[in-house]
Design a protein around this ligand. Structure first.
Ligand code: FAD
Length: 309
C-alpha cells in the first residue's frame, strides 16, 4: 500500500525540497548513498574492493529537463572514469548510468541527445578498462534505452543492460539479450508501473524473475543477478549448478548498504559479488525508491524524524 505513495512522492518537487533540506535525513541517506563527492565515492570503492567485492558506480541524477544539466551529468561520469583509470581500478569497478540523466526525457530529440551524451562515457570507460551498464527506468523509456544499448553495442559489445522482471515484455527481452557477449542485470523493478504493462502482485513478479533467470542462465551471455532476495539467490545458485555455469560466468549484484553480510558471504564462497554504489547530491529519487521497497527502511527513517533535536 505504502509503496506507490512513496514512489509518487519520489517525483514530487515539494516533498523533494522538504526531505532534502531536513538535516536529520542525512544519517539515513548515508546508509544508502556513499557520499556527495567523487572523493567519498572513491573511498568506498577502495574499501569495498579491498574486501573482495566488485562495484558499479552511479553518479546520482535522473529525469533531467535542462540540456546543460545533462552535460554536467556526462562530465561527472567522465571524471569518474578518469579517477578509476588513475587508480587502475577498471577491472573492479564499472559504471551504471541512467539515460534520463543524460537527456533522454528532453522534449526535442531526447533519445538522440542521450545517445550523444552517453557515447563519450562508454568510450572513456573502455579506455579505463571497464564497462557501462544502462540502468532501466520507468516503462516509457524501455524501447529508447534498448535502442541506445543496441547502438552502443555495435562498437562496445560489452555495454550492459538492465531488465525488470515485473514488465510483461521482459521474458522476450531476455531472449533477445541472452546471446554471446551480452551482459544483462536482471532486477525485479523499482517503479510504480500500471497493470497494463507490469505484474503488480509480488508473487507474480518473483515467478517472472525465476523464468527470466532460467532464460539468461541457459543463454550464452553474462547474467548479473541484481537482488537481495535470499530465495532468488538460492535459486540462481541451484540453476547455475545444474546448467554447469562456473562462478566466473555470472555475478550477483546488491545495493550499497543493503544486506552487507550476505554480500561478504557470497564473495567468500567464491562468487563474483558487485555492489551498486550511488553517490552525488541528487539522492532524493534513489532514496525514496529504497524506502518504498522495504517497510523496515521507512520505519528507520520515520524514527529518525521523530527523534530529531
Ligand atoms: C544492483 C542493483 C541494481 C538495480 N538496478 C535497477 C534498475 O536499473 N532499475 C530498476 O527498476 N530497479 C533496479 N534495482 C532495484 C530492483 O528493481 C528492486 O527494486 C530491488 O532490488 C528490490 O528487490 P529485491 O529483489 O532485492 O527483493 P524484494 O522483493 O524487495 O525483497 C525480497 C526479500 O529480500 C530480502 N531483502 C530485501 N531487502 C532487504 C534488506 N534491506 N535487508 C534485508 N533483507 C532484504 C527480504 O528477505 C525480502 O523479503 C536494482 C537492484 C539492485 C540490487
Amino acid at each position: 500500500m505504502l509503496g506507490p505513495v512513496l514512489l509518487a512522492a519520489a517525483r514530487s518537487d515539494g516533498i523533494r525540497r522538504f526531505v532534502s533540506s531536513t538535516p536529520v535525513t542525512r544519517p539515513v541517506v548515508n546508509r544508502f548513498v556513499a557520499g556527495e563527492r567523487l572523493g567519498a565515492c572513491m573511498e568506498s570503492v577502495r574499501s569495498l574492493t579491498g574486501r573482495g567485492l566488485d562495484v558499479t558506480l552511479d553518479h546520482l541524477g535522473e529525469d533531467t529537463t535542462v540540456r546543460a544539466e545533462a552535460l554536467r551529468n556526462r562530465d561527472a561520469y567522465l571524471a569518474l572514469a578518469e579517477a578509476l583509470a588513475g587508480e587502475g581500478l577498471g577491472a573492479r569497478a564499472e559504471l551504471s548510468v541512467k539515460l534520463s540523466a543524460f537527456g533522454q526525457v528532453l522534449p526535442d530529440g531526447g533519445h538522440d541527445i542521450a545517445l550523444a551524451n552517453v557515447r563519450p562515457v562508454v568510450e572513456a570507460a573502455a579506455e579505463a578498462g571497464t564497462t557501462v551498464t544502462l540502468d532501466m527506468e520507468d516503462h516509457t523509456t524501455v524501447d529508447s534505452t534498448l535502442a541506445i544499448l543496441a547502438e552502443l553495442r555495435k562498437s562496445f559489445p560489452q555495454t550492459g543492460a538492465v531488465l525488470q522482471s515485473y514488465l510483461f515484455r521482459t521474458e522476450d527481452d531476455c531472449r533477445d539479450l541472452a546471446g554471446e557477449g551480452s551482459r544483462v542485470r536482471l532486477v525485479k523493478g523499482a517503479y510504480d508501473e500500471p497493470a497494463s504493462v507490469a505484474h503488480r502482485d509480488k508473487a507474480e513478479v518473483d515467478r517472472a524473475y525465476v523464468r527470466c533467470l532460467k532464460i539468461l542462465l541457459s543463454g550464452k551471455g553474462y547474467p548479473m543477478v541484481g537482488t537481495h532476495d535470499p530465495r532468488m539467490v538460492a535459486i540462481t545458485q541451484e540453476l547455475a549448478r545444474r546448467l554447469g555455469r562456473k562462478h566466473d560466468e555470472f555475478e550477483f549484484q546488491m545495493l550499497y548498504g543493503i544486506r552487507e553480510s550476505e554480500q561478504s558471504r557470497l564473495a567468500a564462497e567464491g562468487h563474483r559479488m558487485r555492489v551498486y554504489v550511488p553517490y552525488g547530491t541528487d539522492w532524493y529519487g534513489y532514496f525514496m525508491r529504497r524506502l518504498a521497497e522495504r517497510p523496515a527502511n521507512l520505519g528507520f527513517f520515520l524514527r529518525s524524524l521523530a527523534t530529531r533535536g
